[in-house]
Design a binder for this molecule. Sequence first.
Ligand SMILES: Cc1cc2nc3c(=O)[nH]c(=O)nc-3n(C[C@H](O)[C@H](O)[C@H](O)COP(=O)(O)OP(=O)(O)OC[C@H]3O[C@@H](n4cnc5c(N)ncnc54)[C@H](O)[C@@H]3O)c2cc1C
Length: 409
Amino acid sequence: MTSTTGTTGLSMDVRTTAKRKVLISGASISGPALAYWLHRSGFAVTVVEKAGALRGGGYPIDVRGTAIEVVRRMGILPRLRDAHIDSRRCTFLNADGSEVASVAPSAVAGSVEGQDVEVRRGDLATALYEIVRDDVEFLFDDSIETLDQSDQGVVDVTFHSGQQRTFDLVIGADGMHSHTRESLFGPEEQFHCYLGYCFAIFTMPNTFGLSRELMMWNTPGKAAALYAVGDSDELHAFLNFHQPEPPSDALRDPDAQRDLVATVFADAGWKVPDMLNAMREADDLFFDTAAQIRMPHWSSGRVALVGDAAYAPSFLTGQGSSLALTGAYMLAHALATHRDHTTAFAAYERDVREFVTMNQALVDNGGATLFPTTVRALEQRNMMLRDLVTMPAAPARPAHSALTLPEWL
Ligand SMILES: Cc1cc2nc3c(=O)[nH]c(=O)nc-3n(C[C@H](O)[C@H](O)[C@H](O)COP(=O)(O)OP(=O)(O)OC[C@H]3O[C@@H](n4cnc5c(N)ncnc54)[C@H](O)[C@@H]3O)c2cc1C
């Protein structure tokens, strides 16, 4: 990469300005959360987001354990409690649509009823955005084109729009397929741990009269779920299937994704034929592999990663948003308490890595519970579900709360 500003006045300006300038790429969960805590710690923060505007709605996500304390300290916990989805039940079905068991959602998610919250991803993102938007500069519909650290002491950034600016630090909060990670550390393949599943999510009309509930249909290696959030006339449809190797070609081609999913589920019963029809019509289809990001380091020079960009745990853990919130808090704490960024990034990694590892390890529970791939595994899962109906709910997973948050403000 070539230097864009060299030792121009702009670079000198950064060095002599008291407030350190931080650019964050990504305005979903980890980006605005980090922006909030860095602003409160005296940093001048800019957030760049490639989408034209904040996206509302979306699939439900959980905030649990340590992350609940993060949102409480941000003052948005009451608002999230108001937006809590509060599903009544989670019903598991056999291949023919008959019921295996109907259980409390917290029993399978390992969350603590009355403490943890489940909200639409967009509701959390909006709550985070609204508490920082007046204090932080947001650049929508733009992205980082190049990052240049060759000029000592700053990062020269060229944006897709052509704008050139200089920052003291840059943080990639740009998700699982982070462009910041790729420009810093190289191709995603090195860090992408495929978990053996592909999934498609989309919305469809709620023509089945479902309300505040999740229905999950399984055969070995295949799952179809319909999630009715509140009394909405829209359902979140989810089709997940086991695939030994990631379908590299389909990942870049929405038509190929639709064809692949339709082929895999061609003989499936229950409501799956309706779901396949709806998938063909859906304008919000999201297809991806179930995967984790595992990296030996989360920073290089003056650039670091947070949230899914650094340590996506996959939806099988249900911990992505909680890691994003907690990671953002801990990164801000490290930068606020260590003036030297190298020391700060090392502290962030030292203090958060074990928490990340514990939560990424939850993936096996998630896979075994939601998506058994063999007849035997499915039978065992169904036995476990029937036991859950008669036994008290499983205790919360210790990994969710395995980190004590420091205070600095
Ligand atoms: C189907 C599904 C179900 C899930 N269920 C759960 C759950 O139950 N519980 C849970 O905790 N988590 C769940 N997750 C995971 C959760 O959504 C993520 O872990 C969480 O959103 C991570 O937040 P993030 O801010 O780090 O990244 P993301 O939410 O991925 O946000 C990245 C942001 O960066 C932007 N961006 C991307 N590239 C660029 C670029 N080049 N320049 C600028 N901006 C860019 C994106 O537009 C986006 O706004 C689920 C995920 C999926 C896909």
